[in-house]
Design a protein around this ligand. Sequence first.
Ligand SMILES: C[S@@+](CC[C@H](N)C(=O)[O-])C[C@H]1O[C@@H](n2cnc3c(N)ncnc32)[C@H](O)[C@@H]1O
Length: 258
Amino acid sequence: MNSAPSVDKQALARRFGRASSRYDRHAGLQQAVGRNLLTLIPLQSVGTALDLGCGTGFFLPNLQQLSQHLLALDLSDAMLQQARQRASVSCLCGDAEALPLQSASVDLIFSSLAMQWASSPARLLRELYRVLRPGGHLVFTTLLSGSLRELASAWAQVDEAVHVNAYPESQVWQAAARQAGFVPEHWQPRRHVMEFADLPALLQSLKGIGANQVNGAHRVGLGGRERLMHLDLSYERMRNGRGLLPLTYEVCYGVLRR
Ligand SMILES: C[S@@+](CC[C@H](N)C(=O)[O-])C[C@H]1O[C@@H](n2cnc3c(N)ncnc32)[C@H](O)[C@@H]1O
């Protein structure tokens, strides 16, 4: 399966923008994943580095330590406003699939849990290949198929609408990377399972990070109280041995060389 069918980038920017001031409070998983990713950067120091889809800029201080010139790019200006408070770096508001950067101008692209929002993995990776210098690295995480599977399956008991984004298989990203010209140096799918006391807390965690947008033509909201109660009943059947509601994230950790 390819990436989400159509991505309304303006709506996406607005949604992440609305979440920007509360994002850090809900981003425990994103912070853990990004910290893991920092350890995969294969270089001690680089010239120009880019944090692609930087969000509130949680990783900018770490990236600042290893780069002479650090750029932070995000679709959402409100996210960048948060990022500016974390580090004094050059902030760019733009789209990862059409970067406002010259070809072969960047040594390292770091991108954690942003690339899954691209409309096309192939187009995105071609664009990232274009801006990297020969020998430069893309160090990234993205969500894979199977992510949020419990939520998708609970919704499937309620109605036939699409409530949860479909994420590409690992092979889709691998093929896109190869076709763009990248050499893979590291490729590791890892499962992270979050746990919540109840459904409102689980839904709030997605809303809190702005990740509750569903791409594509059949976008629908949560709906009325009755449907939410039905959803709650379906999800309750998935309580785990610790009495909590699980939510799975299938995360691909990748390091690609241009
Ligand atoms: C889940 S947040 C991750 C933020 C940060 N990397 C972190 O790990 O905390 C995803 C971010 O990607 C940004 N984003 C989504 N699609 C993008 C695109 N096409 N170009 C640039 N940024 C994008 C969103 O605005 C949001 O700030």
